[in-house]
Write a protein that binds this ligand. Sequence first.
Ligand code: GLY
Length: 381
Amino acid sequence: MLQHQIFFALVLLMCFCCFAGESFNFGQFNSLTMPNRRKFIQSSVLGTTALLLNRITKAGGQYNAVKNNPLAISTWDAGLEANREAWKVLSAGGRALDAVEKGVMHTEASKNCCVGLKANPDRDGFVTLDACIMDENFNCGSVAFLERIKHPISVARRVMEKTPHVMLVGEGAQQFAIAEGFPLEAQQLSPDAEKNYREWLKKSEYHPPEINVESQKGHGPFAPARLNGDWNHDTIGMLAMDAQGNLSGSCTTSGAGFKMRGRVGDSPIIGSGLYVDNEVGACTATGQGEDVIRVAGAHSVVEWMRQGLSPEAACKKVIEKIVRIKKEKAREIQVAFIAVNKNGQVGAFSIHGGFDYAIRTKTAEKLVKAKSIFKEKPKND
Ligand code: GLY
């Protein structure tokens, strides 16, 4: 069937190329002598065939599963420790899906500005969590605006495995988590988050509802792009390839510190914060979620890899698109992608310098600085 389609497409394309090609000019064709016309048609046919075959092989045939060479990559320096947890699964011959869940669970449980229950709250003082997970068979699960549950990534996995749905949010996600046996944690900020929140309240002059709901005017202020000089989004996204050559990914965050209540970023959105296509590769994102969503970031990167781009070049393409869209405002936001292809090549790209990602393989455990459009911005801006 595929062969027939390819043959038909070839014939169509040959005709198209001969009579209506972009670089073709009828005047030029008429001025050719008969042998030259034949030569011209022959070279058009050969060129078109080569082009089409190239496209066909790039569209699916160029990737071969790499066996017995597992790897894990994840965003930021917290990724080093997370990869270590993932590696326990991968080095024992376990599944990439288990590795990416276990890996980011470590970050969710640790002291962290931007992941898990110890992270900074929204502007009303509540920590709300977003996470998603995706396996090698396009199965995916997601939770957003989830409160008081320690491991949103595991709830996302349960959504994937135990419901007919992909995404649960807010109260419903919490109800589901409790029904699945996840403990409801105390409604309480970590000491660091409490301190940061009190500081932020002073500077922002925002009055949260429990203090004085009537005094709110308009909707501002919004989440700052930077907190104490650092970017205000340190999501952990992890991608893994197991010994079978299968890919999976996970992504988890508390979102932007002091965000509007109810705000959800890219991290729980399949196709934005995370995407896995086991024929081609996988990608995950960190940074300003709104700008990842508007370009369907992770999915776009995977599609560029399908076209034959390396992971780094594919990430760069989508970062360039964000910068093009945002124009001058791109200087005020950070977005970064990391990606892996089916051949086991990895890469990353960010808008601003300073983004690094962690790699773990049989022979390497390292933090790598991603290339970027702009140089690293000084922290005291
Ligand atoms: N990338 C995380 C967020 O924007 O929430």
